[in-house]
Design a protein around this ligand. Structure first.
Ligand code: MN
Length: 233
């Protein structure tokens, strides 16, 4: 007889580029307002204050194939679902109170990810002083490509990050524009939470966020991590 009342949820995992082994996902941390031009387009002042963190459930992560079409199911209860292209940092070694200079040792690799957002629900919550979960943490809200090990990519601190919809450029930024660099994010997060292997960190999105509708194709890329093609269904 099973120890559980019903079968436990399966482990969420992502493929590791160049390896037969998969990356098991533990937690998904996200940082908000981390590119100045995007902070301005959202109506805020990009002065460097503390980073804003929120989480998505691990099972919001949806594996996107490295080649060919991935699929994003259009979520319910929104008429304004936005794309946010992000560099995703995969943690391979946990820790507390990590120094920025030591952050690299904790990075397993990187992926291209989307922080899909029900902007209408996020805005309504923010205006009411309520948390962002309904806008940010919905099912399938984190389409993510394969993890590229840092041994293959080197440390990513600069390079283009872009998203187009149906061939039209929407978002175009550079990793060097991050207000809080990946090393600083790891240091800051590790003071708030004990990081563990399997954690993913979505590092924020550049300007140009906007709505998608069913039938759209999003083409997403981060320099050194290839390109994802994702159809909205
Ligand atoms: Mn985001």
């Amino acid at each position: 007889m099973s120890a559980y009342a019903f079968p436990p949820a399966p482990v969420v995992s992502l493929p590791v580029s160049g390896s037969p082994r998969r990356f098991p996902v533990r937690r998904v941390y996200c940082i908000g307002r981390n590119y100045a031009a995007h902070v301005r387009e959202m109506g805020h002042d990009p002065d460097r204050t503390s980073p804003i963190y929120f989480c998505k459930p691990a099972d919001a992560v949806m594996e996107m194939p490295a080649s060919g079409e991935g699929v994003f199911p259009y979520p319910p209860e929104t008429t304004n679902c936005h794309h946010e292209i992000e560099l995703v940092v995969a943690i391979g070694k946990g820790g507390r109170d990590i120094e920025p200079a030591a952050a690299r040792d904790h990075i397993f690799g990187y992926a291209v990810g989307l922080d899909m957002t029900r902007r209408d629900l996020q805005r309504a919550a923010a205006q009411a002083g309520q948390p962002w979960e309904t806008g940010k943490a919905f099912d399938a809200s984190a389409p993510t490509g394969p993890i590229h090990p840092i041994e293959a990519t080197g440390e990513l601190t600069a390079g283009a990050i872009t998203l187009s919809v149906n061939g039209q450029p929407r978002q175009s930024g550079d990793l060097s524009q991050l207000i809080w660099g990946v090393d600083e994010i790891i240091a800051s997060l590790s003071r708030l939470f004990e990081l563990q292997p399997g954690d993913l960190i979505f590092s924020g999105t550049p300007e140009g966020v906007g709505a998608v509708t069913r039938g759209d194709t999003m083409t997403c890329s981060v320099a050194g991590l290839g390109e994802l093609s994702i159809q909205v269904q």
